[in-house]
Write a protein that binds this ligand. Structure first.
Ligand code: EPU
Length: 416
């Protein structure tokens, strides 16, 4: 429950990145030795990945934001219902196949943001020599040996982030060299490559469209600190500007946020670097901007919904085009309940900004849509009730506590 109308003021510390920590946790399956991951955010998706690893035979221990994982012995069969529930769990496929030469993982379904096929993940496993079958809802991969290969991973909407992660991990223990072309360049891919290299892998080129993996005999345990969450940081930066407040973000990496910060500046938001931190505030009236989501280093799809709210409070028309996921506009109808004037034309949302917003009960449909509804609720006059906030807890650590500290009126309430 949010009472809107109060600008956010103060300081917030950004947590470790959800989309980095999930593949990092999966990577620990590649070694018999213990691994330590630091700066792990307290998120339901992380707890879920821990459950999946435990079900495969790994020991997972959490102490504050440090997680120790020891996969001394693992099974090649993943629990159907556990894996099916979280789309991100597909990244256990590569490490399981690499270590055991076989993997059985339930087929992840589509979700509200799009069909989310895994054809490129399967293409990658096949390229290394695995036989891939789909039976009774499971993907089965098996190989006598995995052999390095040249794999073009670009798809209809560009590169695949978790597909690149899966192939990098599968190739670490394959024989010979794997060349990944049209690889995803996201910072989360680089973070994973750094961890794998610390485990003894030989990976070069991560962060560019061409990654080379030279197979090694085995990997050993390693320690790693997760990169800061660039989407969480973008969410707080946008919330500061949307509520007309002033917030200093600590721990975020500006160099991972180029496209978002550039669009915010174009919209009339001032971003002032202060050592390792930066402060966000409006610089006069906001201006409408057009946005097209793209693979990294373009504008991230994961910040599209939040940016739409900033455009809702900006006088004029902005066009937001979603090019990564085919139905990532579920938030539009809910934002309409608060008074937004947004219409959808094909892959674009036309936002007529500057309308008066007033609080209403709204329904969260996915993680980033929920974040957008929370920001909109903080702007709208009166009371907004955001339902199904379990989506928020998947990807935002302590969001209510962090927003309260910034002066927001936000409470978790039981639905009656
Ligand atoms: N795609 C295919 N075939 C495949 C795989 C992907 O056609 O085999 C398509 C997808 O349907 C989509 C595009 O390729 O149109 C890009 O999808 P990608 O595979 O890159 O997405 P992902 O790896 O499954 C990760 C993040 C998402 C984020 C996307 C894009 C994790 C756990 N998830 O998903 O994060 O939106 O990359 O940046 O890392 C979120 O955090 O809210 C979230 C959805």
């Amino acid at each position: 429950m949010i009472k809107g109308g109060t600008p956010l003021h103060g300081e917030v510390t950004i947590s470790g990145a959800k989309n980095s920590v999930l593949p990092l946790m999966a990577a620990t399956l590649l070694t018999k030795e213990p691994c330590v991951i630091r700066r792990v955010p307290d998120l339901s998706d992380v707890k879920f990945m821990a459950q999946i690893l435990t079900s495969l035979g790994a020991q997972v221990k959490s102490e504050g934001s440090t997680v120790k994982i020891h996969a001394a012995k693992i099974t090649g069969h993943g629990d159907y219902d556990l894996i099916r529930k979280m789309r991100g769990s597909i990244c256990i496929l590569g490490p399981m196949l690499s270590r055991l030469k076989k993997a059985q993982v339930s087929l992840p379904g589509g979700c509200v943001i799009g069909a989310r096929p895994i054809d490129l993940h399967l293409k990658a496993m096949k390229a290394l020599g695995a036989k891939v079958t789909i039976e009774s809802g499971y993907v089965n991969c098996a190989a006598k040996r995995l052999v390095g290969s040249e794999v073009f991973l670009g798809g209809r909407s560009g590169p695949t982030v978790l597909g690149t992660a899966n192939l990098m991990m599968a190739a670490t223990l394959a024989e010979g060299v794997t060349l990944i072309e049209s690889a995803a360049c996201e910072p989360e891919v680089v973070d994973l490559a750094n961890f794998l290299n610390a485990m003894g892998a030989k990976i070069s080129g991560a962060g560019s469209p061409t990654i080379t993996v030279t197979g090694v005999k085995e990997l050993h345990g390693a320690e790693h600190e997760v990169i800061p969450d660039r989407v969480e940081a973008a969410t707080y930066a946008i919330a500061a500007a949307a509520t007309n407040g002033e917030v200093t973000l600590h721990g975020a990496r500006m160099d991972h946020m180029g496209a978002v910060l550039d669009k915010m500046r174009e919209a009339g938001v001032e971003i002032v670097r202060k050592g390792p931190s930066f402060t966000v505030r409006r610089k006069g009236a906001l201006k409408p901007v057009d946005i097209i989501t793209q693979p990294y280093a373009g504008f991230p799809t994961d910040a599209q919904a939040q940016m739409m709210v900033l455009m809702m409070v900006t006088n004029g028309i902005s066009i937001i085009t979603e090019r990564i996921f085919e139905s990532r506009f579920m938030h539009v109808s809910e934002l309409g309940r608060l008074g937004a004037d947004i219409s959808i034309e094909g892959p674009s949302a036309i936002v007529k900004g500057g309308r008066n917003l007033s609080g209403a009960p709204v329904m969260a449909s996915d993680l980033r849509a929920s974040a957008a509804l929370v920001i909109a609720g903080m702007v709208a006059k009166g009371k907004t009730l955001v339902k199904r906030i379990y989506h928020l807890d998947r990807g935002y650590e302590n969001i209510d506590a962090k927003l309260k500290k910034l002066g927001a009126f936000i409470e978790r309430v039981e639905e009656t």
